[in-house]
Design a protein around this ligand. Sequence first.
Ligand SMILES: [Zn+2]
Length: 342
Amino acid sequence: MNRQYIKKLSYIFSKPLPFKVLRYFSDENFIFPFYHLVSDTVPLHIKHLYPVVSRQRFLSDLDFLLKHFNPATIDDVLNYVRNGKKSEKPLFFLSFDDGMRECYDIIYPILKQKGIQAAFFINPAFVDNKELFFKHKVSLIVEKLKNTNAHHIFSEISGILNAPNAHPERLTERIRQLGYANQAEINKIGVICACDFNGYLKKQQPFMTLEQIKELNDLGFHIGSHSFDHPEFRKLDEGQMRLQVAKSMAYLTKNINPGVVTFAFPFTDFEVPASFFNYLHKEAGIDITFGTAGIKKDPEIKHIQRIPMEEAGMKSAERVIRSEYAYFWMKLLFRKNTITRR
Ligand SMILES: [Zn+2]
């Protein structure tokens, strides 16, 4: 049985229970939902990555959260970590990854109006639309391939991917799986598909500018690091991981100088060794780090797991958070709700 299936099953079993009961018995009172963007149109650089939350959905998510939890500040998060991750009051703290332009255009005005603080985790490489995130490039390529049946395009791509005679669907699947280390291939495939990444970047401006980020900081929102250019940390060696953190922290210190120093792992912290957490919290001077594993107990005292809110098939915050709590219970039964690291 896969994770999604168990989650769905837990959700169905939990349905007769009032939300309060579910939350109370989980003993996890402080939750950390995170998103990337909110938009009524689906940008092509996101279309093939994850579902885009509409403005209406976001507003009803906030209504649900505000009904069952109090909004927290970054100082509350710091206290929570200092108190051994215990919270008397039900609290939520929102965060938004990748520094997308919609954070400035759509999200912050809504949060400001509702009096909710949040964190924005940024990648210095993308700020000011200097560079397109490789995953965004993949989404643009997949979109192009969906609308073509030109044989020569697929045959050139199969050459680059070393997959002779592979079926177009199989090639598209391979492209979706390309990672940080395959950026040369992604760029070559982009050329073959006539994806003008730089033109797209200039025209769409998918990311916030430094000026906008500074404005959010001045308005009392928290700005944290999401690594320099969003690699998969589990595929890096310790030196490369340190460099990603150091470069992004130097940028943040120079431009924002946040009072609380935070780092949200790009993608996931899965398979990152305990020694690196030790480095982040003890040597690199990072106050709080964040992962994306949902509601889960984490032995790292300064590390918090967040809840991904943009999961396919999950149409509301209630649905996502109910599933998380129910799944947490289920894992509790099988003693699988605590993360272990080598
Ligand atoms: Zn990210």
